[in-house]
Design a protein around this ligand. Structure first.
Ligand SMILES: Cc1cc2nc3c(=O)[nH]c(=O)nc-3n(C[C@H](O)[C@H](O)[C@H](O)COP(=O)(O)OP(=O)(O)OC[C@H]3O[C@@H](n4cnc5c(N)ncnc54)[C@H](O)[C@@H]3O)c2cc1C
Length: 650
């Protein structure tokens, strides 16, 4: 058989020719662009033309009847149409002259992620009569905190398209915790009432490891990770006897690999080597063992064990340190995440069915009355947002989607000016609006392009804030039967295209019910981190971003189908029959950068780029989790608050 024939028969087996939910229709086309082609679903006819204030503003997709981005499948996250203008701005391209919308606000917020929405909330809390415009380049609000919605067999099924849960290395401080309370989120109570963390375990399903042929020589799913001794787990794994013994030693042994040194000396030493180098040079393991562990850090940091220090891995509980007598607590040369967990044990945790999109939706409910029906943190989960109400005159707060800011400037000398003007692009046209101040809650590395007047040192610092790319994929399955047959509910796949996947978490909240029986359709959450092992972290991030933006949905789909088919083969899984929809949430600009002791200069906090970068500039303040140096929702909220307080105090 020719290669071409082999490929096409494999594609047929995988189901690449199966019609799955609207993949072929949208395939990641931006809503703004799709609107023209796909009426009536996205027709750009405002529900009420008179409601669109600012005479110069043309009809917008978000006002159209049926506009509902959470239901879109295909390539989401940084969807087509959301980022190209940003890249053009970076590349120095010119844009059409802006039309003045004539709008005057108290505040313009750039970025409708949690940080920008929280900033608007805090500003309104201090100035209840203030008027705010929020701009975002995506077709939906929430930033990373996005919602994937599926109608499976007549039932609503939800997954987070990005931000997974309320969880931070440190307990939420008074600002972030206070905001959750204001929004009606009692984390402890809701966690107890709505989450069933052991649902699958009670059904006898366990965690597994998938060894793939390309990395380990044969495909094999081993089930029982964390539940059975490693000797048993790895009995049939495609590993040599010695590799198996080394993994058992790392997991269950108590060896001091730096004996003779004090705890502090060991910590310092471990902060200067990667976990991969620790395994290679101190534990002296075989390459297959390093391959087994290499993806253990990818979910937390978006890079493999080659780019995370051994000490940071100790901080988040990776094995190998049991016999090293390391005293509890962090040292300065530790990253934000492990230092927080090592010192405090972390925050309370709560997963809504759509992740922290629920927080974004609650913020919008508070800011724009009527847009998100309901009154509690439970009923919001099934609420359908009325997007046509987000940007309506005479509302005090207006949220404008598909609108990318390309310029924020003072009207006069930044030292004394009382007003700023923000220019944004929407549907190929430029518009400008004015306000008494602006909070730039967007990706911080883009800010020098928006504000070229910023001091050089601040621009340099902002440019260093390179975010970590990652992909959260949501796959709808006809049922759960293959997982039940294999007795597995989550899989670590160190050599896989996605290095981890799991059945959707079981949460019943408000009117939302998670699927219970193995026969019901269900969602699977998969995580991919496109990194380039061997390079410094930020170089890996840049390479991963380029890879993400040049990977087609077809390639994602083929890899998803292939991975699920191979992993679940023994459970009777048929990819052509069992996969009914796919949403690939790609985040080329994902996690906020955090201090990495392997690559970043060991300087005190005030000298770190996120602190230098976030300095207030006249009537322009800077927010986003980037400016907190921590990729967490509490950081996004705290930074939104800080930025607002800077403007209000000056
Ligand atoms: C896949 C993923 C999973 C995560 N999981 C968790 C988790 O479980 N828990 C947790 O606490 N944190 C998690 N995070 C971190 C998450 O980034 C933060 O919790 C938080 O949501 C960040 O909010 P933000 O507003 O600071 O930034 P963002 O969410 O990035 O929002 C910024 C918004 O500004 C927009 N924007 C950028 N430039 C412009 C422009 N020029 N004009 C207009 N708009 C612009 C962006 O497109 C975006 O919509 C996760 C992140 C990712 C990517």
């Amino acid at each position: 058989m020719t290669q071409e024939k082999q490929d096409s028969s494999r594609d047929h087996f995988l189901g690449m020719d199966q019609p799955i939910t609207r993949r072929d229709f949208l395939n990641g086309i931006a809503l703004g662009a799709a609107a023209a082609a796909s009426a009536p679903l996205l027709a750009a006819t405002p529900a009420d033309p008179a409601a669109t204030a600012g005479a110069a503003l043309p009809a917008a997709a978000q006002d159209a009847f049926g506009y509902y981005p959470p239901l879109l499948t295909g390539l989401r996250g940084s969807h087509a149409g959301s980022f190209e203008d940003a890249h053009a701005l970076r590349d120095g391209q010119s844009f059409p002259a802006a039309t003045d919308t004539g709008e005057e606000y108290d505040l313009i917020v750039v970025g409708a992620g949690i940080s920008g929405l929280a900033a608007a909330h805090f500003y309104r809390a201090r100035n209840p009569k203030s008027r705010i415009l929020i701009l975002d380049n995506h077709d939906d609000f929430g930033g990373h905190a996005k919602r994937n919605e599926f109608n499976l067999g007549g039932h609503l099924n939800l997954l987070n398209g990005g931000t997974l849960l309320i969880d931070s290395p440190r307990p939420y401080g008074p600002i972030a915790a206070g905001l959750l309370t204001t929004l009606g989120i009692d984390v402890e109570k809701l966690a107890k009432k709505t989450q069933n963390l052991e649902f699958y375990e009670h059904l006898g399903l366990q965690s597994g490891v998938f060894f793939d042929q390309e990395t380990f020589g044969a495909d094999k799913l081993c089930v029982g990770l964390g539940q059975v001794p490693f000797k048993q787990l790895l009995a049939d794994a495609p590993l040599s006897e010695s590799a198996r013994a080394q993994i058992i030693q790392i997991q269950e042994g108590k060896i001091d690999y730096l004996s003779g040194l004090s705890s502090d000396e060991k910590k310092d030493r471990l902060s200067r080597v990667s976990y991969d180098a620790f395994l290679r040079d101190l534990v002296h393991v075989e390459p297959a063992v390093r391959s087994f562990y290499k993806a253990r850090t990818m979910g937390e940091w978006g890079v493999g064990t080659d780019a995370v220090s051994a000490l940071d891995c100790w901080g988040i509980g990776l094995p190998g340190f049991e016999g090293m007598n390391l005293s509890p607590g962090s040292i300065r040369r530790m990253g934000f995440t492990p230092a927080g967990y090592a010192d405090t044990g972390g925050s309370l945790r709560l997963h809504f069915p759509d992740g922290n999109a629920t927080i974004a939706r609650l913020l919008v409910r508070n800011l724009i009355p009527g847009a998100v029906p309901g009154s509690s943190a439970e009923d919001v989960v099934t609420a359908r947002v009325n997007y046509a109400l987000l940007d309506r005159s005479p509302a005090a707060v207006r949220l404008r989607l598909n609108s990318i800011a390309i310029r924020a400037r003072h009207l006069g000398d930044p030292k004394s000016a009382g007003r700023v003007e923000v220019t944004y692009l929407r549907g190929g046209r430029a518009f400008s609006a004015r306000a008494g101040g602006a909070v730039l809650a967007c990706y911080n590395m883009m800010i020098p392009y928006l504000c070229p007047e910023l001091p050089r040192a601040q621009q340099d610092a902002l440019h260093q804030l390179v975010k970590t790319p990652l992909v959260y994929t949501s796959v709808a399955l006809r049922n759960r039967q293959a997982f039940d047959a294999l007795k597995v509910h989550q899989v670590y796949a160190p050599g896989g295209y996605h290095t981890y996947f799991h059945l959707n978490a079981h949460v019943d909240i408000g009117g939302y019910q998670s699927p219970k029986s193995a026969q019901q359709p269900i969602l699977v959450h998969m995580v991919r981190t496109p990194c380039m092992p061997g390079l410094p972290e930020h170089e890996q991030n840049r390479a991963g971003r380029a890879e993400l933006l040049s990977t087609s949905f077809e390639t994602f789909e083929r890899n998803i189908r292939d991975q699920l088919a191979r992993t679940l083969k023994g459970g009777g899984f048929d990819p052509a029959r069992d996969i009914t929809a796919i949403t690939v949430n790609r985040w080329p600009h994902g996690y906020a950068p955090e201090y990495n002791p392997l690559f970043d200069p060991d300087v005190p906090e005030p000298e770190r780029p996120h602190v230098i970068g976030r300095a207030q500039f006249g009537r322009i303040a800077i927010a986003n989790s980037d400016s907190g140096g921590g990729a967490y929702t509490d950081s996004a909220i705290d930074q939104g608050h800080r930025a607002v307080m800077e403007l209000l105090r000056s």
